[in-house]
Design a binder for this molecule. Structure first.
Ligand code: F6R
Length: 608
């Protein structure tokens, strides 16, 4: 989704803005632009397409001198991805320039009002109303004009504003769209995402909804919508710069796949102290847990699939009904929810619009909320009653991998914690499961060690226009995520099917050579899926099976077998997904796809 950067200091802004925009490329975008202010006024450059074009157009920023500026990567919503619709947008008098993330819901009426007053619109965007409003309200006070304009806006917005009359000042505004302030020495920054800041500063402040910030090289002041000063806490980012770079890997996705043992270790180990589990500052009392009658897990995309895979652990260990509901469905479903419902919200970015909306609806109905989020200080983390961070480090590739496994790891921790707190487990069983959970990073590493086998298998099983993934129960949950990985990065149609449902229609699609990936790791029912392997093979399918290490019997059924390191079945999904992430990666690589930035996708989906 769109990305914002802003800089003010004692060196040229343009190269810093371009560099910041490059760091935000992973979010997905279709046009980009920068505006820089100096004593001569504001200069502007914007292009449709890649940031490389913007660098060419500005000679890497050299032909745009000036120490204060704003930049933007746009993901088109209102208006096609053209040069004109790209941000920044300028006021008619050229005095102001604005970048915006989010959607202005009342832009049509504002546009009519402004047009009737003679303001000329250059673009089709909702954003342009903001810059004309600022111009309309400007009576010599930059801050006042921005505040008045913001008070007219409905919807979500993170704004960065430049004013030619104040060449060493920037104003940033946040309402339901993330914006982070970076504190440097003699220079200050803002960005929609810390990855654009870490190479300059690790000291940041998170703006809250309804807050404004005024930045100059000397400092940052934050105030609320009444103009009253707000004291903000300074947070320290402990990600290394390397964490946001490729570190020798060909793609961020491969790097992040390979990082999973370390990421899951970071998720688990701080919470497992000797034989105890602590949920950071989010511990529940036994009474509170016992008052829960129903758990709903909500999320979108892969995070939703992590919920599907983690559900069983909670259901089995806590003996509570768990429903996993897509956030985009839940927000309109008028669900039966009250104060006895625990809503678990999964989100890597913490900014997914549907997930935020579903959470807000459920909170209104009285649900208690527990967020499992990666990005610190994100909207979902702030909205929740309790937050457990996944501590996976920055995830740059659009397709999530370590985001998914670390979400699963937190669900496992929660399940074990809640069952222990409610005294639903014998000491022996608790210790056995704790040991198994501790071994998860090692098992994931063993699964990653199979990487050299995967390119050949990927070539064989991605040669068709479609692939089926079949499995039952926990295997089916993993199949859903595996098929999504294949679709989104290789553009091969992949369908996950509950193996027992094949006969109810889908088997009509199985022809000679059809690739089928059969997940047979669930040792209780693998034989049932093995029967389905026979059925599809009889119709000409080529079958790659996944089976638990030691299950030699699968060899007789499938054409190829990947053996998955064994762990307690409760935690199997987080290991089983690994070779399937690699399979999708190698299939996409063989096809020459843009793996880290798949077409039409954005990393953080901040609009509905
Ligand atoms: C797929 C993928 C998406 C996200 C989904 C939710 O690889 O990354 O399906 O899982 O958009 O995003 P978050 O977790 O940020 O809420």
């Amino acid at each position: 989704m769109c990305g914002i950067v802003g800089f003010t200091g004692k060196q040229d802004a343009a190269p810093i803005l371009l560099n910041g925009l490059k760091k935000l490329e992973y979010r997905g975008y279709d046009s980009a632009g920068i505006a820089v202010c100096n004593a001569g006024g504001i200069s502007l450059a914007k292009v449709s397409g890649r940031i490389a074009r913007l660098c060419e157009k500005t000679d890497d920023g050299k032909n745009m001198p000036g120490f204060t500026g704003i930049g933007h990567t746009r993901w088109a919503t209102h208006g096609a991805p053209t040069d004109i619709n790209a941000h920044p947008h300028m006021s008619c008098d050229g005095r102001f320039s604005v970048v915006h993330n989010g959607i202005i819901e009342n832009y049509m009426e504002l546009r009519q009002e402004l047009s009737s007053k003679g303001y000329i619109f250059a673009s089709e965007t909702d954003t342009e109303v903001i810059v004309h409003l600022i111009e309309m309200y400007y009576k010599g006070d930059f801050r006042e004009a921005v505040m008045k304009a913001a008070s007219r806006l409905e919807g979500s917005y993170a704004l960065g504003v430049l004013c030619a009359d104040c060449p060493d000042r920037l104003i940033a505004v946040r309402e339901a769209s993330p914006l982070i302030l970076g504190i440097g020495i003699g220079e200050n920054f803002f960005a929609s995402d810390v990855t654009a800041l870490v190479s300059h500063t690790r000291n940041v402040m998170y703006l809250d909804d309804g807050e404004f910030a005024e930045l100059s090289p000397k400092g940052i002041s934050v105030f609320d919508c009444t103009g009253a000063s707000v004291h903000k806490k300074i947070s320290h980012i402990n990600w290394s710069i390397e964490a946001a770079e490729k570190g020798g890997f060909e793609h961020f996705m491969l790097k992040e796949i390979m990082e999973q043992p370390r990421a899951v270790e970071s998720t688990i180990s701080p919470r497992l102290q000797q034989n105890d589990i602590h949920l950071d500052d989010s511990d529940f009392s036994p009474e509170e847990l016992k008052s829960i009658q129903r758990i709903i897990i909500t999320a979108c995309g892969s995070a939703y699939y992590a919920g599907c895979a983690g559900k069983t652990a909670i259901e089995k260990l806590c003996r509570l009904p768990v429903d996993v509901i897509l956030a985009s469905e839940l927000r309109y479903a008028e669900p039966q929810i009250d104060e006895h419902t625990l809503l678990i919200v999964l989100s890597q970015s913490g900014e997914t619009a549907d997930t935020i909306a579903a959470m807000t609806e459920c909170k209104k109905l009285g649900a208690k909320t527990l967020a499992i989020v990666n990005v610190v200080g994100s909207t979902i983390a702030k909205l929740a009653d309790r937050t457990l961070y996944t501590w996976a480090g920055p995830e740059i590739a659009v397709a999530t991998t370590k985001g998914y496994t670390t979400q699963l790891a937190v669900l496992y921790i929660f399940a074990l914690y809640a069952a222990k707190t409610m005294k639903l487990l014998s000491r022996e069983e608790y210790l056995r499961l704790l040991d198994a959970l501790r071994s998860l990073p090692k098992k994931i590493q063993q699964a990653l060690d199979m990487n050299p086998l995967l390119p050949k298998l990927a070539e064989k099983y991605s040669s068709n226009h479609s692939v089926f993934y079949i499995g039952r129960n926990s295997d089916y949950a993993v199949a859903l995520e595996a098929a999504l990985k294949m679709k989104e990065i290789s553009y091969i149609h992949a369908e996950a099917y509950a193996a027992g449902e094949l006969k109810h229609g889908t088997i009509a699609l199985i022809d000679e050579g059809q690739p089928v990936i059969a997940l047979c790791c669930n040792n209780k029912i693998w034989e049932k899926t093995a029967n389905n392997i026979v059925e599809v093979k009889t119709r000409g399918a080529q079958v790659l099976a996944l089976a638990s290490k030691g299950n030699r019997a699968v060899l007789a059924q499938a054409d190829d077998v990947i053996f998955i390191p064994q762990i307690d079945p409760m935690f199997q999904a987080a290991v089983e997904i690994i070779p399937l992430q690699l399979l999708a990666y190698h299939a996409a690589k063989a096809k020459g796809c843009d793996i880290d930035k798949p077409k039409n996708l954005a990393k953080s989906v901040t609009v509905e």
